[in-house]
Design a protein around this ligand. Sequence first.
Ligand code: AGP
Length: 607
Amino acid sequence: MCGIIGYIGTKEALPILIKGLRRLEYRGYDSAGVAVQDKGVLQRVRAVGKIDNLAEKVKDHDIGGTVGIAHTRWATHGGVTEENAHPHVDCSGDLALVHNGIIENYRELKEKYLAKHIFQSQTDTEILAHLIEENYQGDLRSAVQSALALVQGTYGLVAMHRKEPNKIVAARLGSPLVIGVGDHEYFIASDTSPMLAYTQKVIFLDDGELAEISKEGFEIFTLRDQKISKPTEEITWNEAEAQTNGFPHFMLKEIFDQPTVIKDALRGRLILEDGSAKLGGLNMTVEEIQSIKRVILIACGTASYAALVGKNAFERLAGIPTTVEIASEFRYSDPIIDRHTLVFGISQSGETADTLAAIREAKRKGAYVRGIVNVIGSTIARETDGGTYIHAGPELAVASTKAYTNMIAVLLMYALEFGRSNRLAIATGERLVRALQEIPEKMKIVLEQSDTIKKMAEKFKKYDDFFFLGRGVNYPVALEGSLKLKEISYIHSEAYPGGEMKHGPIALLSKDFPVFALLTKNSLYDKMRSNIEEIKARGAPIILIATEGDAQALALTDNVIYVPTTMELLEPLINTIPLQLFAYHMAVLLGKDVDRPRNLAKSVTVE
Ligand code: AGP
């Protein structure tokens, strides 16, 4: 959702801020703004729509200066207007600030200060500018601390003041902020992506912390002004990974990244001779592993479909009853959790508000809580007592692709490790390890069919509705394929287990309602085949994902995409890729904004 970048150093701030905003575009936004100060003048420019609009607009202003802040806004309180875009300023125009999060008591506060201050927007954020103004006596840090003591809600806040030109103050509660340490320059941002071009040395702020940054260095305090020291961390992601590398869209690049990044997820974690896996971050002894009677996988969206694949694996390999919980439901339920329960919070961004709240609830109830996360240093990674990075690298398209397959890879390895600590035979473990090692090459075989899948999309682009069907391991694949299609091409689609069609949905079938079905050679092949016969009998167009060499598939339809065979539990790693490609090509053919679909945000940090 909203994004923040701030800069203080020796270079011109404006180009760094505009470039930083472009790096934050992936999060989803509807307006943007920048404020830079120089020689006692603080200038602010804001624009609705794309960063290009802002970049054009700043050309009309002569903006110099080496200190500045900028923001991409995803509207929550107040419409998409220039007045509501950040940075917001106080009445004097001396103070400018950007904010991610929600100030819950802004109405009461606004009411209280309405007579004394001039409010220019409908946002919850603007009250922060006026509260800081109320408390400002020549020291921005202390004014921010006093102001924040009055607010309820969440914030990642970055402020600067014309009277203190060599200073940026940032504070965090519930909305991430990270300081980047460059060469005589410092960055402050909502995630590391806008600073990767300049530095990989970072300090993650935790909730309740405030940073005072100048050109000479920075200090960190609590909101009660206790000074604290924090280690600098080195992040492994780099600028090159965050580029499209010649692909027309991030999404396509990320789909094609999969054979490479899955190797990164598997590297050093598989132990062939033991037929097992070892995930260092689990932080549990063998006895603790053996004491686990129940696994709960908590996630949202695509991550929850990866979790469904993980459920299958935990139950089949480790024999541990496993449930998948949608985080937004779980957090308000009354889950039965005890010290024999292991909870995994699964999240690409590591910032999803619902997932975060759900794992906090699980922690409170005494479960072991671990994270399966992509973004290094993200809140879920920091709030869990261990876990695993999926090593998918930066995923910048809103529609998740490579994070999904890497989440599955990590879940499979966890299930294997638990299985081998319980009942799983070494021979089965070995087979699984070998099959996992073969996955990257098999993914490449599927990717080679991108053009064929594009032709298929061309043929089917006239349809308004789709069903996606799968059974067993392929049901989560169907769910994910359906989600991808609706997210980026805005085509209505629904996913069902193949056997469920006859209980209602089959009524919708007609020659205008195509069905995308997963018919790979696994234990449910014959059952799925019968389901597809039922569909064929009703005249609906069919597209099949089938196993290489399965000639019978062609008897059901001409539209067959063949995929290499693998162990049944691993099939989602292969079978999802054609569906990702189908959704991608469909969206491109329909002229949609593939990487930044309407209404969606990459990192969903509000409830
Ligand atoms: C995926 O394509 C979606 N954009 C969305 O469902 C996403 O998976 C979900 O919001 C969870 O995000 P997370 O993995 O960052 O927690």
